[in-house]
Design a protein around this ligand. Structure first.
Ligand code: GLY
Length: 282
């Protein structure tokens, strides 16, 4: 297995996308809930503000597209590691065209583009957990074995293991990286089972940070030159018990980010950006 990649968590750029009004009624969702579109917009603006203004990333904003109700969830359209960007083939037919604008933006950033053209393959970026040493790919309703194989071909420097995703939409509906070697994981049985499988598959001993709420386990970790270790996580209004766990991370700058509306259509924090480190690429 590869050692920890240099610059794990260091990012210079983020790609995000606007929210179409069609999100409220037409985006895919596992539970029926009324979305407050204005509030979703305000929360998304706050998310982009943290990336751009607070953290100083260069943020590329792709325009919202009404015929693509889920297009704000850009993470599913591409997986970027180093100077390579894999354009995915999203598992939901209605989301396939989301990759077009993403491909254009990644080309403009001079990344090496690899496209998942095999029509038997599906992969959503929400199923891809990159630990800095290896990839775990969730096999879910959206991502299949062939998708995982193509990802392994695209990122040959890293081991790729698959993990069945039980009950939830994506692997990262249950977990995310909270630092180099630290997996943030929910407390539910499916979350704990997924973690156990990842631990069994890996040569590396990962530390874990267990939070009471699975959705709170989806965080964004960064290690930025002028900020140090940064964690974007859920707010105390949404998940008070989980925030008590994050508050114990003394060495981090913690940024609670509201996400009460996009979560109603299965959008977590990582879903809304693709993060890129141009310093490590070119
Ligand atoms: N609403 C996000 C998804 O289902 O893909």
């Amino acid at each position: 297995m590869a050692g920890l990649m240099a610059g794990f968590g260091c990012y210079t750029h983020a790609i995000v996308r606007g929210i179409p009004t069609s999100l409220a009624k037409e985006s895919l969702r596992t539970c029926q809930a009324e979305v407050d579109l204005s509030k979703a917009q305000r929360e998304h603006d706050a998310y982009v503000h943290i990336l751009r203004t607070t953290l100083g990333l260069e943020v590329v904003v792709l325009p919202a597209e009404e015929t693509l109700p889920d297009c704000v969830f850009v993470e599913d359209a591409a997986v970027v590691c180093g100077d390579t960007a894999l354009i995915t083939r999203p598992g939901a037919e209605s989301r396939r065209r989301e990759t077009e604008a993403m491909k254009g933006a990644l080309k403009d950033l001079n990344l090496n583009i690899v496209e998942m053209t095999d029509e038997s393959a599906t992969l959503d970026g929400g199923d891809v957990l990159f630990t800095g040493r290896e990839f775990f790919v969730g096999l879910s309703k959206r991502t299949n074995q062939r998708g995982a194989e193509i990802l392994a071909d695209a990122f040959k420097d890293y081991a790729v293991s698959t993990v069945p995703v039980m009950e939830k939409l994506h692997l990262k509906s249950l977990c995310s990286m909270g630092g180099p070697g630290l997996i943030v994981i929910g407390s539910s049985e499916p979350a704990q089972k997924s973690l156990k499988i990842m631990q069994q598959m890996s040569d590396h001993r990962y530390d874990k940070l267990t939070v009471p709420d699975d959705l709170a386990a989806n965080c964004i970790y960064m290690n930025l030159p002028d900020k140090g270790q940064v964690l974007l996580h859920c707010t105390a209004e949404e998940y008070p018990e989980s925030v008590k766990v994050f508050d114990k991370l003394n060495d981090y700058k913690l940024y609670p980010v509201p996400n009460s509306e996009k979560v109603k259509v299965d959008g977590a924090l990582t879903c809304c950006s693709v993060l890129i480190d141009k310093k490590s690429s070119n």
